[in-house]
Design a protein around this ligand. Structure first.
Ligand SMILES: Cc1cc2nc3c(=O)[nH]c(=O)nc-3n(C[C@H](O)[C@H](O)[C@H](O)COP(=O)(O)O)c2cc1C
Length: 143
């Protein structure tokens, strides 16, 4: 495995800080994020479910850490909870920033993300990566 290629998986709660509806916020996040991620050779997917975000990002370690630092100070979400950080292969090679939502399994996904944000339990990272892979393959909104 390429030691300079890293992955970060985190969850957070979407903020209700101003009048801008969540759909607009997400559209802006994806539009900017996609360009930045293409520039920085970062790939991954962002899931929005039941007021929670989960994101997997993979790419060159330095660029990835710079991105995660920006994400951590973004007031469009809060309780940013790191679940896993490590060396990886690219398991989301197709998308600079695939945006996805869950289908009928939304309730189960929301319970999982809520538990991840509340506990920061690293054991949930694998489950969340699998959920993102599955839902981005089935229900890619923008990528
Ligand atoms: C849930 C969430 C996910 C985000 N994902 C990304 C991302 O993958 N790439 C990115 O560049 N910015 C992402 N952002 C936005 C960053 O926090 C930041 O606003 C942006 O990178 C600043 O880009 P700029 O310096 O080009 O203006 C995300 C923000 C949120 C709230």
């Amino acid at each position: 495995m390429d030691p300079s290629l890293s992955e970060i998986i985190y969850c957070s709660r979407a903020s209700h800080t101003n009048a801008d509806p969540i759909e607009h916020k997400i559209a802006k996040i994806v539009a900017v994020g996609r360009l930045n991620n293409e520039r920085d050779q970062i790939t991954g997917a962002l899931l929005f479910a039941g007021g929670y975000f989960a994101q997997v990002i993979q790419g060159p370690t330095e660029a990835l850490e710079r991105l995660f630092a920006r994400i951590g100070t973004d007031n469009r979400h809060h309780d940013v909870t790191l679940l896993s950080r490590g060396t990886t292969a690219r398991t989301f090679p197709e998308w600079a920033m695939g945006l996805t939502a869950t289908g009928e399994e939304e309730a189960a996904a929301t319970v999982l993300l809520a538990r991840a944000v509340d506990t920061g339990d690293a054991a949930l990272a694998g489950e969340i990566r699998a959920l993102l892979r599955q839902s981005v393959a089935r229900n890619l909104i923008w990528g």
